[in-house]
Design a protein around this ligand. Structure first.
Ligand code: SAH
Ligand code: SF4
Length: 360
């Protein structure tokens, strides 16, 4: 077996190499991997962090993913929908705090009223400022809807594949048309075709997930030539069907380290994409997001959802920042960036990978 040092320097990583990197046993070996990823990041995207304000627009969801705390059949969640005026307030706040971008995320609804509501909201955001990037993360929609939102001003879209393995995907979702792997994959292809900067991602440490699955997930992102990635540890939620498998999971600390290694390997595989250091990392380790940055991530998504809604967007347990308002969130995030020895970028932060593709 090649020592880790040699593997990380290889031109092309094979699936076997990736599994070796994912399963390193010592801290020294893990550090070799993370340091290499950090060096690649510095060389290709710089020591700059892009801030995206996260707005959790609504927890009303028509789907029943087995892992998610806001699934439709969970009756223990109080449902909310933030009115447009309050969203516009958050956008103003974001703009005046040097954010050049927000992510609007929500439970998944597929109906005419929802489509139009988002279109109108995008138009209102455009009216505040055309100099603002909006990322949507509103699940699977028709091509028409994706086009309508693109034309109304959304430039980026995040749709995690959750797991690129068809079998595992089926295990994690109800077996019906609403939760179909092929349909989700097709959405990602449509988003790219329309011209969005397309983002995807997976959960790490899921029940039944193998290291081979995770290696395939990384190769899937590379093959899809994705522009942005947000991935983080799976964290169990008591009111979900997957909770029954909690005893079979990797210990939470191991899921955390595995997530750092996933970020690091992805940075080595895809040198100029945008990679988010996700909130789920922070829910395990208070310094989780700094550690994500040092492992190769270059995007942070401080939560700007008004506080009164925050504790109802519980995708998983112990989601952090529930008691931190928008102002505190911004102060905190600046501290996170400083303590990782980096600085907040002032430009829009379009994926360099995406921009380069556009030049040809
Ligand atoms: N409804 C949209 C967006 C909101 S869910 C969608 O599903 O695409 C956003 C992300 O939260 C999901 O993609 C999933 O990866 C993550 N998530 C849900 N439940 C989780 C859990 N228990 N642990 C970690 N991440 C979870
Ligand atoms: Fe709904 Fe998204 Fe949660 Fe699935 S992951 S239940 S689509 S909010």
């Amino acid at each position: 077996m090649l020592p880790i040092q040699e593997i990380v320097e290889k031109e092309n990583l094979t699936k076997e190499d990736i599994v070796t990197l994912l399963t390193v046993k010592t801290k020294e070996e893990q550090d070799v991997l993370l340091q290499k990823a950090n060096a690649v990041k510095e060389q290709f995207v710089g020591k700059k962090v892009y801030l995206r304000g996260l707005i959790e627009l609504s927890n009303i969801c028509g789907k029943n993913c087995f892992y998610c705390g806001i699934r439709a059949e969970n009756n223990n969640t109080k449902r909310y929908n933030i009115p447009d005026e309050e969203v516009v307030e958050v956008i103003r706040f974001a703009k005046s705090n040097q954010f050049s971008s927000v992510v609007i995320q929500s439970g998944e609804l597929c109906n005419f009223a929802f489509t139009k509501r988002i279109t109108r909201l995008l138009e209102k955001i455009q009216n505040i400022s055309e100099q603002f990037r909006v990322t949507l993360s509103l699940g699977e929609q028709s091509e028409e809807t994706y086009r309508e939102w693109y034309n109304a001003g959304a430039q980026r879209y995040l749709l995690r594949i959750e797991s690129s393995d068809r079998e595992l995907y089926r295990t994690l979702h109800p077996n019906n048309k609403l939760h179909d792997y092929e349909a989700r994959l097709k959405c990602l292809q449509v988003l790219k075709r329309i011209g969005y900067q397309a983002g995807t991602g997976v959960m790490i440490g899921l029940p039944f997930q193998t290291f081979e699955n995770l290696a395939d997930d990384l190769l899937f992102m590379k093959n899809l030539d994705i522009d942005m990635v947000g991935m983080g540890p799976y964290i169990e939620h008591e009111d979900t069907p997957l909770y029954q498998y909690r005893e079979s999971l990797l210990p939470i600390k191991d899921r955390f380290d595995l997530s750092l290694r996933m970020i690091a390997i992805l940075r080595i595989l895809m040198k100029d994409i945008n990679i988010a250091s996700t909130t789920a990392l922070q829910s395990i380790d208070p310094e989780g997001r700094e550690k994500g940055l040092l492992a190769g991530a270059n995007v942070l998504m401080p939560n700007l959802t008004p506080l009164k809604y925050r504790d109802n967007y519980m995708l998983y347990e112990n989601k952090p920042g529930v008691f931190q308002d928008e102002e505190e969130s911004v102060v905190y995030i600046k501290k996170v960036v400083n303590s990782a020895g980096e600085e907040i970028a002032q430009d829009y932060g379009d994926s360099l990978h995406f921009k380069k593709k556009r030049q040809f």
